[in-house]
Design a protein around this ligand. Sequence first.
Ligand code: NAD
Ligand code: ZN
Ligand code: ZN
Length: 391
Amino acid sequence: MKAVSWQGTGKVKVSKVPDPELQSPENVIIKVTSTAICGSDLHLYDGYLNPMMKKGDILGHETMGEVVEVGKKVKKFKVGDRIVVPFTISCGTCFFCKKGLFSSCDQTNPNEKIARKAMGHAPAGLYGYSHLTGAYDGGQAQYLEVWHADVGPAKVPDDMPDEQVLFLSDIFPTGWMAAENTELEKGDTVAVWGCGPVGQFTIRSLRMMGAGRVIAIDEIPERLAMAKAGGAETIDFSKKKVAKTLDDMTEGRGPDRVVDAVGCEAEGNTIDSTLDKVKTTTKTGTDRAHALREAIYCCRMGGTVSVPGVYVGFPDMVPMGAAMNKGLTFRMGQTHVPRYIEPLLQLVEEGRIDPSFVVTHRVSIDEAPEMYRRFRDKEDGCIKVVLDPWH
Ligand code: NAD
Ligand code: ZN
Ligand code: ZN
């Protein structure tokens, strides 16, 4: 089959690799009909997890398709079903899965030792996301082996186009959980750093949950325009001082809740962000955490900091003094996708949201190398890329 694989920093390639074969009776194999490139894939592409990657690793964790082979123990699906697959792999029966903490499943990462050493404990395996999270083959391919099929994935209605349901695999639940994690009270003002796909779904989820005002921060005009279309006020951080602007907009208090939907590759024109760039380029630092620092600094006293943005190592200069003295609450994590997939599918079925709004590019999988570059460089109005493995 054709698959997109990691070849080193800034390099991916499409090549022929062996088709997957069922490795467990709890798994199914799908013929992938649509798969997307995520901001998290950029962290791999840009070299932020290099020690945990091997040349040839198949990428991709936002995937859906048609079931073509079913393991003997699978009850939920049969050949021919269309399913969408969470990026988190969860067993459904461990201590964490029973609590609904699916991305903390401690049974699905075969490289537990490495993860424990790096983080103290080993969270769930993830598709196409390095050897730290289990070295599972990813879904940017013509076929994908789906693990523990009865636990995470959901069957989708026949009449719904791929682009309306594909993002239930990751970014819609991620935006929703980021919004839930703000501990929103009706009427609150929430500031969201980052208007990439995750920021966009966070903004729309916050509106559906009853936020008073959502203020979105980015520097890319088309992303700010999409945020505005989703009901946000906007700040272009390349043109305005973010902290001062937010204070001016909130009677000097700051936003009630803040969301960092940027993660470890924040841009900025400040001293700390310049230092971050020097450190990450010279491998003396692991993350560029300017957005997180700014979000903490701007949040009103007693507010909540929600962090869907991915961090990979040891971001420094995080203003814990401000966080402690202002009495902030932190909530974060890889998304517990199986918790959200059915309820959010229902919102789509009811027509309350059409997730396809975020798609700017639908191309053949053959164009993946060029699309990774365009998505990273935010060229050509690129916000979300969907790859078609068969055309
Ligand atoms: P993306 O790269 O498309 O978007 C990031 C956006 O942040 C860009 O538009 C960029 O211009 C903007 N940005 C950069 N610096 C900024 C700053 N200082 N202030 C404000 N905005 C700034 O990525 P995405 O797909 O939207 O993902 C966003 C983050 O969420 C990534 O870190 C990704 O890894 C993470 N993510 C987490 C989960 C999860 O389970 N928690 C799931 C999916 C993605
Ligand atoms: Zn993702
Ligand atoms: Zn589990």
